[in-house]
Design a protein around this ligand. Structure first.
Ligand code: F6R
Length: 612
């Protein structure tokens, strides 16, 4: 997500922090900030919205900040719009602590309320500020920097990589990590923290990766690392021999592959803050139960992969809410004279939040009186600003043009909405609701299991990358999943591909199936599995080569008819597209790799489509 850099040494910290942050710019950000401890024992903090250059100019390349211990941050907004107040570092009220943070503090609202009751004043809308304020609160009781950090870490829930300065301890910095990457860099008489090794390459290649629950104290002389019980531990050092471009991609050859592998973490960020005590709790949504009950029409409006999320969402939302859901391409919706009024809910889905067609559809629906609920990745984007309500996906910056982790997190958020609405409307069976919540919590781990088998897919792609045309077939949720699999294939490998509802093949398309045609048969959903088997037999009889995707428990049955079978772990039907999409992303990726395509920047495509 955001970028973190920290420095402790004998040199002026700020120019090094700014240089480190510039090496993280490729990740995307909306504001930046630095803080140092001055020789007078005060914290000097500067931050600015926009490009790093704005901050750089403001502090004359760092020359204005006097101090040899400091932290720097580039922010990708999650809580609170992008502006200089919400950007990091955040200070405690008395200015004693400065904090940079990547991740999400899930219980920040409750801690913030508590601290406000204790008379503490907050400046920003962020979850991070509670860490700074809570530190001050505990420090005022014990006057011990390290102990205060320990108490804070025991109190907060969620994911974090933290860099912390204390004005009373001008020789040191404390770092902590849970579920968000953070590494320590060892220099000569100077030491570093960073969220990403790219930031450190000009300074050191001797690094230690922090593990969950660990804290570290950094001084000029060295770095001490502590386990979750604050006992000192020895860590293995790694020598980084990647070049800068490999380092930006975290060692992956392409951003797309890196982002495919980031899906379990991205899913955790989208799901875990929204499940509490076995229930879906959408604190970040303003819609009331009364409003939810008042809608007589639900639309999902989006483009491209976000529209495909809507296709899955239609099946799931209709099932969970027993309300009619219509999915519309944004570019069509706006010109279709849609039947939308004050009793309509329009769910708008967009990774970038800037897609012109989607924005235009949103405005059209709003003008007709609809309530707009947006599912967006980029905080503060146009869609997020103009919607009545926004649920963020927390996928982190997506750099590859072909979306992967944004698709997965959008789907997860739509399922959370379905469950929350279903419960409010009394439409979902309580047993099914509880099972769905439990399975949603397991989803990141299940996604990890799918990714662990990526070698099988690479092997298959190595032998199957030269088809001139590929057909994706499936029924119901598997049909919706096929739309995304097919789009991934065509956009990055330039192979012609189509997605069909299996039952529709016989009405025309089956005439295109001939000897050697590749058919990707999606048969993950249990309810329609037998029907899919018949469709596989049907295309095999016409000479098709069939790559099938099903669940582990159905592998044998599928293997009796398909040429090759890939599997995902069993879970409830509702969530299978979330797992099934991963092998399809990987297959498209490895095919494109074999064909030597420009995977991260496919021809004719842009990451954000701001033209009609
Ligand atoms: C495909 C892809 C596009 C986008 C579409 C909408 O991999 O990325 O199809 O899904 O352009 O973009 P957003 O979600 O930003 O509105």
């Amino acid at each position: 997500m955001c970028g973190i850099v920290g420095f402790v040494g004998a040199r002026q910290a700020a120019p090094i922090l700014l240089d480190g942050l510039s090496r993280l710019e490729y990740r995307g950000y909306d504001s930046a900030g630095v803080a140092v401890v001055t020789p007078q024992g005060e914290i000097d903090l500067r931050k600015a919205k926009g490009r790093l250059q704005v901050l750089n100019d403001m502090v004359h390349g760092g020359a204005d900040l006097d101090g040899c211990v400091g932290i720097g941050h580039t922010r990708w907004a999650t809580h609170g719009v992008p502006n200089s107040t919400n950007s990091h570092p955040h200070m405690s009220e008395d200015g004693r602590f400065a904090v940079i943070h990547n991740g999400i503090i899930e219980n920040y609202a409750e801690i913030k309320e508590y601290l406000i009751r204790q008379g503490i004043h907050f400046r920003s809308e962020t979850d991070t500020e509670v860490v700074a304020q809570l530190l001050e609160f505990y420090y005022n009781k014990c006057h011990d920097f390290f102990r205060s950090v320990g108490r804070v870490l025991r109190r907060i829930k969620g994911a974090y990589a933290l860099g912390i300065l204390c004005a009373d301890c001008p020789d040191r910095m404390i770092a902590a990590r849970k579920d968000t990457p953070l590494l320590l860099g060892f220099g000569d008489g100077e030491n570093f923290i960073a969220s990403d090794v790219t930031a450190l390459l000009p300074y050191t290649r001797d690094v230690v990766y922090m593990d969950d629950g660990e804290t570290a104290i950094l001084t000029r002389e060295g770095i001490e690392v502590f386990d979750p019980l604050q006992q000192p531990i020895e860590k293995e050092h790694h020598h980084i021999d990647w070049d800068v471009s490999a380092a930006e991609k975290g060692g992956y050859p392409h951003f797309m592959l890196k982002e495919i592998f980031e899906q379990p973490d991205a899913l955790s960020r989208a799901i875990s803050p929204r499940i509490r005590d076995g229930r879906v709790v959408l604190d970040d949504m303003k819609l009331t139960a009364e409003q939810i009950r008042s809608f007589d029409r639900i639309y999902i409006v989006a483009c491209g992969s976000s529209y495909h999320v809507g296709m899955v969402g239609k099946y799931n939302l209709e099932h969970l809410t027993r309300r009619n859901v219509e999915v519309c391409l944004a570019s069509e919706f706006r010109y279709s004279d849609p039947i939308v009024d004050a009793r309509s809910l329009v769910i708008v889905i967009s990774q970038s939040g800037e897609t012109l067609d989607t924005l235009a559809a949103l405005r059209e629906a709003k003008a007709r009186g609809a309530y707009i609920l947006a599912i967006v990745n980029v905080v503060g984007s146009s869609v997020a600003r103009e919607a009545d309500d926004t649920l963020y996906t927390f996928a982190g910056p997506e750099i590859a043009v072909a979306t992967t982790k944004a698709y997965s997190t959008q789907l997860a958020v739509l399922n959370l909405i379905g469950l929350a609405f279903g419960e409010t409307l009394g439409a979902v069976d309580p047993t099914e609701y509880h099972e769905a919540v439990t399975e949603l919590e397991r989803l990141p781990e299940l996604a990890r299991q799918v990714l662990s088998r990526c070698d099988d897919i690479q092997e298959y792609a190595a032998a199957n990358f030269n088809h001139s045309s590929v057909f994706y077939i499936g029924r119901n949720l598997d049909y919706a999943l096929g739309l995304e699999g097919s789009l991934k294939m065509k956009e990055i490998s330039y192979i012609h591909s189509e997605s069909y509802a299996s039952g529709e093949l016989k009405h025309g398309t089956i005439s295109l199936i001939e000897d050697g045609t590749l058919v990707v048969a999606l048969g993950t959903c249990g309810r329609l599995f037998d029907k899919m088997i018949s469709n596989v037999i049907e295309v095999k009889a016409r000479g098709a080569e069939v790559l099938a995707l099903t669940t582990e428990s159905r592998r044998d049955a599928m293997a009796r008819v398909a040429s090759t079978v890939l599997t995902v772990p069993d879970t409830i039907d509702l969530l299978l597209p979330n797992l099934g999409v991963i092998p399809l992303q990987l297959y498209a990726y490895y095919v494109a790799l074999q064909r030597g395509c420009d995977i991260d920047k496919p021809r004719n495509l842009a990451k954000s489509v701001t033209v009609e």
